[in-house]
Design a protein around this ligand. Structure first.
Ligand SMILES: Nc1ncnc2c1ncn2[C@@H]1O[C@H](COP(=O)(O)OP(=O)(O)OP(=O)(O)O)[C@@H](O)[C@H]1O
Ligand SMILES: [Mg+2]
Length: 400
């Protein structure tokens, strides 16, 4: 049955033979299913109609006065199926039709005109199947790419963790011996200066190894009960020192925070990495950085946005947020910001955020990033509350 109701499939028939078009129209009128119908008599008319009424399916004559019906495949550009109708069926026509990207090709006979509704139904069904397959394939490729990325990060983590672990031990031996040498040398020994320089360099190297260890999730956690607000207040001066003087630094701290289980030194390292990045992202004269804490219920959907692989179960979490009015990040930077050694800075090493990633993973937390170019960046970290029932990580199967 034909109707003007736009909730039913819209068919465009492109046919320059008036009688053929009328036969199909009559047949669709008598069909049990409901359709909207538009008829065009040329390629040009068809393009205008498609523009005005995006169709669900097109049935087009193979040869039209101003070109070939198959040209409509590129006009619709994957929007809907195009079925070619031809008066002389031969293999070459079929090959040409399929090559042009038509979904099907049908030889015009009176039986075809009478059963055109069946052809439309079949066309729509096959189209839906093709779209499903396409989506499944895209999803498969997305997961495959994601898996490769995760595997790459994991092997990088294993390698850097292994190296960092050995280096850290060796550096502790170097530092210990340098310290001993300094203690044995008289205050005015000329060698003191050289040993001090060596000591400083070894200390910097040890810090670097610790960051790599943190990234690999193999760093040592000295966990204790921690109130995030207290930690931030205690270290407010150290935090403010890493922020450029011209930037306004605001603290919005929640005084009633529940305790979390965390390594205070490492959380401070995380806060510093975030603050340094925020400060470095502000190049204008008067920017601002907000450091906030809070506690809130989060649903599964928002927790699935975490940038860590292990997603948290819905529930109440303590959060820490660093928000800046800096340059923000485009999609590419946002995607790569946690990759070790990824940096967009001249002097950057690209280890800050990968260490944050590793440290928050060791704390069984979550990381949310909201950033776009010119609109600043907000990074929110979530921590499980001690003794809360949601103090567990959900498995892949449970994820949506
Ligand atoms: N707040 C932010 N605003 C804009 N870009 C950011 C922000 N935080 C991170 N980024 C982007 O993510 C990249 C990686 O950050 P990360 O802290 O890991 O490395 P880095 O700051 O470049 O070097 P490093 O911290 O090792 O000195 C940065 O180079 C930057 O492009
Ligand atoms: Mg950084």
């Amino acid at each position: 049955m034909l109707t003007d109701n736009r909730n039913v499939p819209l068919i465009i028939i492109v046919e320059d033979d008036y009688d053929h078009a009328e036969l199909m129209k009559t047949s669709l009128h008598g069909a049990a299913e409901e359709y909207c119908l538009k008829i065009a008599a040329s390629l040009h008319d068809a393009r205008v109609t498609i523009e005005q009424h995006p169709p669900d399916i097109i049935l087009t004559d193979y040869r039209l006065p101003d070109g070939m019906g198959s040209e409509l495949v590129s006009t619709v550009n994957g929007l809907c199926p195009v079925i070619l109708l031809t008066s002389q069926g031969n293999e070459q026509v079929a090959v040409n039709a399929m090559k042009a990207g038509a979904q099907d090709y049908v030889v015009k006979t009176s039986a075809v005109f009478a059963g055109i509704s069946r052809i439309v139904q079949r066309g729509l069904r096959e189209w839906a199947l093709i779209q499903d397959q396409k989506r499944a394939k895209e999803e498969f490729h997305r997961i495959e790419r994601h898996l490769l990325h995760v595997q790459k990060l994991e092997s990088l983590g294993t390698m850097s963790g292994g190296i960092a672990h050995d280096f850290n031990n060796l550096l502790q031996a170097v530092l210990g011996n340098l310290e001993l040498s300094l203690s044995k040398l008289p205050e005015d020994a000329p060698a003191r200066n050289f040993i001090c320089q060596a000591f400083n360099a070894a200390e910097r190297a040890a810090r670097l190894s610790k960051m790599m260890l943190a990234y690999s999730g193999r760093g040592f956690l000295n966990n204790g009960e921690l109130n995030l607000t207290d930690l931030i207040e205690k270290n407010a001066n150290i935090s403010a020192a890493v922020i450029s003087q011209n930037i306004l630094f605001n603290l919005n701290l929640n005084r009633g925070l529940p305790l979390i289980l965390a390594d205070a030194d490492q959380i401070q390292q995380v806060i510093m990495a975030l603050l340094i990045n925020s400060s470095e992202s502000i190049t204008t004269a008067n920017g601002s950085i907000d450091l906030s804490t809070g506690v809130q219920d989060f649903d599964k959907k928002s927790l699935n946005n975490s940038r860590l692989e292990e997603k948290l179960a819905a529930g109440r979490y303590v959060w820490l947020e660093v928000s800046d009015s800096g340059c923000g990040m485009d999609v590419e930077t946002r995607n790569k910001m946690f990759d070790p050694f990824f940096t967009t800075k001249f002097t950057g090493r690209g280890l800050g955020m990968s260490a944050v990633h590793g440290l928050i993973r060791s704390h069984k937390g979550a990381i949310m990033v909201d950033s776009s170019p010119g609109r600043g960046t907000t990074i929110r970290l979530l921590f499980p509350i001690i003794n809360m029932p949601n103090y567990r990580v959900i498995s892949d199967v449970e994820k949506e």
